[in-house]
Ligand binder design. Structure first.
Ligand code: PDD
Length: 296
């Protein structure tokens, strides 16, 4: 597998990072996960903007312009033998010659980018629905920053895996914030709800697209707090992310959600989402070119 590291495209086995890298020592870095369908980067402006926001929040300079990032991502994709990508991009503060909490001046950031094959199912495919759990949100208070410091998320997600579940929903003061690696939506009385943006959740790019779809298809949708009671009483629950798209939930903490199968509103939205993706692919066929597809 060819990856990008610090200005070079190399086989993964040859990619090296210093043990003094602050990403390794302190989790001092930020990242993005960006899907590409048929070689078309999905909502790339939004991902690059969120990367910029994360870098600003942790006082790091962006090592590349948007144009340079695009060239790196396009080149990386061209080196793979598949068309649907999940791109992982990480920028850490880099390596000093000693370990100190103080932020060093004049060190080069470490930039690592890799692609893996993105597996996606068309909307028509039967989805069995996901089992999930809830846990107290033990993360820091800057969850809107996409930081590589993910130990709490890892441990919280693992608790779901230990129970043969797929996601852990995080609860802070009785309110559900998001999933360990996803955002949350609930449907109640034919309206869609998702918690408002703020320091306790990541502003998901998929989340924003769902809000846009709701507006486009005139489906009632509101950003408001979701209590654990709202969650369990919901007709439908979904979680969303760039890697999983929109996942229908059929149980939370062993309690059935709605009818115990993916709901009608989920079907509506996953079809619209697929349609959105198809538009991007068609645009590529029509132009025969790669574009920074955000399909606005
Ligand atoms: N995670 N909230 C958290 C905590 C996440 O880690 C993610 C995604 C999301 C959804 O964001 P988006 O729709 O932009 O992917 C919400 C990625 C996929 C990851 O860490 O692998």
């Amino acid at each position: 597998m060819i990856v990008f590291i610090n200005g070079e495209f190399l086989p993964l086995e040859q990619a090296r990072v210093s043990p003094l890298d602050r990403g390794f020592l302190f989790g001092d870095g930020v990242y993005e996960v960006i899907p590409a369908y048929a070689g078309q980067l999905f909502r790339i402006e939004q991902h690059l903007q969120r990367l910029q926001n994360s870098l600003d929040a942790v006082r790091m300079a962006n090592p590349y312009s948007s144009r340079q990032w695009l060239n790196i991502l396009w080149e990386l994709m061209s080196q793979q033998d598949y068309d649907n990508h999940l791109i992982y991009l990480q920028v850490t503060r880099g390596a000093d010659d000693h370990r100190s909490h103080a932020i060093p001046v004049n060190i080069e950031p470490t930039v690592f980018v890799m692609s893996s094959r993105l597996k996606t199912e068309p909307a028509t495919t039967h989805h069995p629905g996901a089992h999930t759990i809830t846990r107290e949100d033990s993360r820091w208070r800057h969850c809107d920053v996409k930081a590589v410091t993910l130990l709490a998320n890892v441990l919280l997600r693992q608790q779901a895996i230990d129970q043969q579940c797929e996601e852990t929903f995080l609860v802070c003061d009785g309110q559900v914030t998001e999933g360990a690696a996803s955002n949350i939506f609930i449907v109640r009385d034919r309206a869609l709800f998702t918690p408002p943006k703020g320091p306790m959740l990541l502003p998901g790019v998929t989340r924003d697209l769902i809000l846009e779809i709701a507006e486009d298809i005139d489906f009632p949708c509101q950003e408001r707090t979701v209590s654990t009671h709202d969650l369990l009483a919901a007709d439908e629950v979904w979680f969303t992310s760039s890697s999983r798209e929109i996942v229908p939930v059929i149980s939370v903490d062993g309690q059935q959600i709605g009818s115990g199968t993916p709901g009608a509103v989920w079907h509506k939205f996953i079809s619209a989402f697929d349609h959105y993706k198809e538009n991007i692919k068609e645009r590529k066929q029509a132009t025969g070119q790669r574009t920074a597809a955000s399909a606005q």
